[in-house]
Design a protein around this ligand. Structure first.
Ligand code: BV8
Ligand code: ZN
Length: 243
């Protein structure tokens, strides 16, 4: 894999690096993405599953779908792309991962500074009194209810039409303000406001790099586009940086 001498020299002199990741970085762990061939949104429609309305109409169905996703995630492992980002974290004084993913794989790989924009499938809470709740067992519908107020339990995930956690979004914007290099890895860059972050980083002066086997809606704006799989490109890039 060829990297531009500009990217290598900017990275070798950088102190602050930001990374935005999407479902693509977990694809090589066997977790389906959303919009690729065979992706999640080909199995169910987001408006029928990943929004609060759908949940209120049929909490058990939505929780069953998330239970299905928990099982896939539980049986998956972080891949070489996640692990390369863990090693990269040690090469820079400020290295932050902003993830749209809810699969917890960055944290399981060992990344320390992870900003979760869309929540985490490992956490659940009551849809009425917001009390934290244990993972519901879908075979026992009664566990889908809050033990304090009886309302349905929901996953701690940002659904379409819901605000992102303000502090996570603020932290992400601060990363864009200070990053000298900003990577956009494994995202179709279609979901807002996350999709805006690489361009915001560029406006603040970051050298922006996209890692994706396909072109996306922001490829044309990036300073560098590395076409390929994250699990191949990131370890290669790490090798160059360690030389
Ligand atoms: C909000 C949780 C205020 C659920 C998700 C403008 C401004 C603000 C909001 C909007 C706006 N325009 C529209 C909106 C509304 C909406 C939105 O963006 N809709 C889109 C579809 C147009 N945004 C919201 O509702 C957000 N809330 O802004 O609140 C508001 C409210 C109402 C109206 C206005 C404002 C909430 C968004 C969060 C929604 N929740 N997920 C769940 O997971 O079940 S979104 C979902 O998509 C996931 O979180 C996912 O992370 C995210 C983005 O998808 P990607 O990660 O990019 O995955 P995708 O499959 O699309 O692409 C994978 C990529 O990987 C591909 O490019 C592929 O080529 C690549 N790839 C594949 N293999 C590899 C690889 N790359 C590298 N290596 C590989 N091996
Ligand atoms: Zn409750």
């Amino acid at each position: 894999m060829k990297f531009s001498s500009q990217l290598i020299s900017i990275l070798q002199n950088a102190h602050s690096v930001g990374v935005l990741t999407g479902a693509g970085i977990s694809a090589e762990s066997g977790i389906p993405t959303f919009r690729d061939q065979g992706g999640l949104w080909q199995q169910v429609k987001p408006e029928e599953m990943a929004n609060f309305e759908a949940f209120l109409n049929n909490p058990n169905l939505v929780q069953k779908w998330y239970q299905h996703r928990r099982e896939i995630i539980f049986n998956s492992q972080p891949n070489a792309g996640h692990l390369a980002l863990v090693d990269m974290e040690n090469l820079f004084s400020k290295f932050n991962i902003i993830t749209q993913n809810i699969d917890n794989l960055h944290q399981r790989a060992g990344s320390k500074n992870v900003i979760e924009l869309h929540g985490n499938i490992n956490r659940n809470y009551c849809s009425r009194c917001l009390a934290p709740a244990p993972e519901p067992v879908c075979e026992k519908p009664e566990t889908l209810r809050c033990q304090h107020c009886g309302a349905p339990i929901r996953p701690d995930i940002v659904w379409f039409g819901e605000m992102l956690p303000p502090e996570s979004l603020e932290d992400a914007i601060n990363v864009c303000r200070t990053a000298e290099v900003f990577f956009s890895i494994g995202t179709s860059s279609l979901v807002h406001p996350a999709a805006r972050l690489p361009l915001l980083a560029q406006e603040y002066g970051a050298y922006t790099v996209e890692v994706n086997p396909e072109r996306t809606s922001i490829t044309g704006f990036m300073d560098e586009s590395l076409i390929g799989q994250a699990g191949v490109i990131l370890p290669e890039l790490l090798k160059h940086l360690k030389r």
